[in-house]
Design a protein around this ligand. Structure first.
Ligand SMILES: [Cu+2]
Length: 98
């Protein structure tokens, strides 16, 4: 009986460790230096919303940054940069500080 309990615990632990791995959305911060007036973020947002897999766009106008949440099985940071660049706003993904 003790063995059964232990193996159930092991299975539960394995599920808990592996389950969230495939569904976690990624977030990238893009530096968009060309956002010089308050109308710019609207254009940038519009462009990013067209990218498949993008679920959330937060514009930090003061910092000239856009925080994009996306599904990394559908798109990636390069595609997001391409989208803003094509809309007239070249951007760079912020390097994560380590
Ligand atoms: Cu503007």
């Amino acid at each position: 009986m003790k063995n059964l309990k232990n193996s159930i615990a092991a299975v539960v632990a394995t599920i808990a460790l592996t389950a969230p791995a495939w569904a976690s959305p990624k977030t990238v911060t893009l530096n968009v230096s060309g956002m010089t007036c308050e109308a710019c973020p609207i254009t940038v947002k519009k462009a990013l919303r067209k990218v498949p897999g993008v679920s959330k766009i937060d514009v930090l106008y003061e910092k000239k940054q856009v925080v994009v949440t996306f599904d990394d099985s559908k798109t990636n940071a390069d595609e997001l940069v391409k989208a803003t660049t094509n809309a007239g706003y070249p951007s760079q993904p912020e390097q994560p500080k380590k």
